[in-house]
Design a protein around this ligand. Structure first.
Ligand code: ATP
Length: 596
């Protein structure tokens, strides 16, 4: 019940509809219980004594009851639908909002499929139970209590005898549920495996085809498909076994009623009307008992779904604003960044060595900082900390002298634009992809950004120009083209700090050079971080940092680093091996100076 108490804030505003759903169904059921009583009156007070004058009145009363009962059923359906859907609407919005506010560390370990199913299937389960299932469960209890109350009032010995069968039906119904529940669970797991396999196959179609793995993929799918079929066969088996049993017990109670009741009517200790009305009432009570297992299942499923949803909604947000954060004035930000003795270890990966250790950096406004290092050296970590994707472990990072932990997150991130190695394009027009984050941008501004990113020309060659829709993952565009759109998107923000995280590696040297020239123009007076593996991307930086396993091993300008032994010079030599003139001129001159 704690779970439903936790969810109360989402449905309590509609408590009127909750009452309507519960009371509407209860009233409809109570009215339904009157029918057998009417039959009793008809048989005992009219047919048997042959007094026909009351029959029309009785029929009209039955019509009246039908009208009121239908109205009650409408109230139940209408209220349950409203209650469930409004609750689901609120839950979906709140969960989505929560997903937007959760930090990067949450997404490091989150699984897409799991989150999707929380926002869809779990909410659906809660909607069904709170909207209808809850009223139905209460209604079953209500029916058993009131139905048997009325049966006792008509003929208590017979009522007592049939009542004895109810626990048996309930027991079998619950046993049925216990058997069918794991089968349902394995069916859901099999569906999720099947959809994952289809999803991965479509996402990775290029890899599948280039490795000629169609047959392997087919076999994998066929395995999952066969399992799904087998699970469904088991389900059919459980249904086939239990339904006749429940039907048998239910009919046995009716047969018992007919046998004993028939005997008592014949010997005159009970009226025919009483027997017929008892039979009608028993039928009405037994029907929902068959579904008791389902109703309990519905309850446990929605409880589990509520638990999963509340777990998500109550997840702590790792990076958040301090109580009175500093909101940056766009025009006042200069872009002076300083890292002081920063160390960092990824949360939930305490067993791993630090991703960054004792890192210092002073990046004055307008400077270009280049970062080079092997894979996993900690390059991306430096810029992730700047965006407050994670908060630093030790040390501090300041922007214009203010610790970034004291700056409002949104306004900090507004000053910063980042282009990742893998650019993500939304499935919409190129225009909207570029203006993402600046919905108010004019066409001129969008084109200007695209020109700077060397993207305007190729966009104009596309059939619909800026209105071209790019597919789910920017299909139809080359890696370099996607990257240039992502760079245009970042430039349109006119950030104080620009971060290119290995983002020019998909571009050819010439385009990269053109972009670098353009960047120098737009980023004049602003701070730029360039993470790259190509010396050509780094050589004009004001300071280049060489990183190895979280530590800075070298730092300086290109001319200095190329002369000192180390990773930078090795990289330089490898990349300029086919230009011995340049290599000889810079590196050996440096070596002479260093050694001599
Ligand atoms: N989200 C994460 N959770 C846990 N560990 C991480 C995470 N991101 C990076 N790491 C670890 O931190 C270390 C530094 O990673 P980082 O991404 O900063 O390296 P990098 O120099 O940018 O590498 P690459 O050039 O391959 O992108 C690596 O050991 C990496 O495994």
């Amino acid at each position: 019940m704690d779970i439903f108490r936790g969810l109360k804030q989402f449905f309590w505003a509609d408590k009127g509809f909750l009452a309507g759903s519960v009371l509407g169904l209860a009233a409809a059921t109570a009215l339904g219980l009157i029918y057998p009583l009417l039959l009793k009156v008809l048989i005992d007070d009219m047919i048997t004594p042959k007094k026909f004058d009351g029959v029309l009145g009785l029929a009209l009363l039955a019509v009246g009851i039908i009208v009121v009962k239908s109205a009650c059923q409408y109230v139940h359906g209408f209220s349950g639908g409203r209650l469930g859907n409004r609750l689901a609407y609120r839950l979906r919005n709140t969960s989505y909002e929560k997903l937007q506010s959760l930090s990067f560390s949450f997404y490091d370990s989150a699984r897409t499929g799991d989150l999707m199913s929380r926002l869809t299937a779990d909410i659906e389960g809660i909607r069904n139970f709170i909207g209808f299932g809850f009223a139905q469960l209460l209604n079953t209890a209500f029916l058993v209590v009131f139905g048997f109350g009325m049966m006792f009032a008509i003929d208590w010995p017979l009522a007592l005898m049939t009542l004895a069968m109810i626990p048996i039906i309930g027991f079998v119904a619950i046993k049925f549920e216990l058997n069918i529940h794991p089968v349902f669970r394995s069916i859901r797991a099999a569906i999720s495996r099947l959809t994952t396999s289809v999803q991965e196959n479509i996402m990775g179609v290029r890899t599948v085809k280039s490795f000629s793995s169609e047959a392997y993929e087919y076999k994998k799918f066929d395995g999952g498909n066969a399992q799904y079929k087998d699970n469904n066969l088991s389900l059919a088996g459980v249904w086939a076994k239990y339904f006749p049993i429940i039907e048998f017990i239910a009919n046995l109670s009716i047969a018992l009623l007919l046998l004993v009741g028939g005997w008592r009517v014949i010997n005159g200790s009970m009226t025919l009307g009483a027997l017929i009305s008892l039979n009608g009432m028993l039928g009405m009570i037994v029907a929902p008992l068959w579904t008791l297992g389902f109703q309990i299942n519905n309850y446990t499923q929605s409880k589990a779904a509520g638990e999963r949803l509340l777990e998500l909604l109550n997840k702590p947000i790792a990076v958040r604003n301090v109580e009175h954060p500093l909101v940056l004035e766009d025009s006042a930000v200069r872009g002076h960044l300083q890292y002081r003795d920063v160390s960092f270890r990824y949360p939930n990966h305490e067993e791993q060595p630090s991703a960054l250790l004792g890192f210092d950096l002073d990046a004055p406004p307008g400077s270009v900082i280049g970062i080079l290092g092997g894979t996993g050296a900690g390059k991306s970590t430096i810029v992730q900390l700047l965006l407050r994707a994670y908060d630093v472990g030790d040390g501090s990072i300041t922007l214009d002298g203010v610790d970034i932990r004291n700056i409002e997150l949104e306004s900090l991130r507004r000053q910063t634009a980042i282009v990742y190695q893998e650019s993500f394009l939304f499935s919409t027009t190129i225009r909207e992809n570029i203006s993402y984050g600046r919905a108010d941008a004019t066409q001129e501004e969008i084109e200007e950004a695209a020109r700077l990113a060397q993207a305007h020309e190729f966009i104009m060659e596309l059939p619909d120009g800026y209105d071209t829709i790019v597919g789910e993952r920017g299909m139809g565009l080359s890696g370099g083209q996607k990257q240039r759109i992502a760079i245009a998107r970042a430039l349109l923000l006119k950030p104080r700090v620009l971060i290119l995280d290995d983002s020019t590696s998909a571009l050819d040297m010439e385009t990269e050079h053109q972009i670098q020239l353009a960047l120098r123009q737009v980023m004049a007076g602003k701070t730029t971080f360039i993470i790259a593996h190509r010396i050509s991307s780094l050589r004009s930086a004001n300071e280049i940092l060489v990183l190895d396993r979280g530590r800075v091993t070298q730092r300086g300008r290109h001319e200095q680093l190329v002369r000192a032994p180390g990773l930078y010079r090795e990289t330089y030599r490898t990349q300029y091996a086919d230009r011995p003139d340049e290599l000889g001129e810079e590196a050996t001159a440096g070596e002479r100076r260093v050694t001599g």
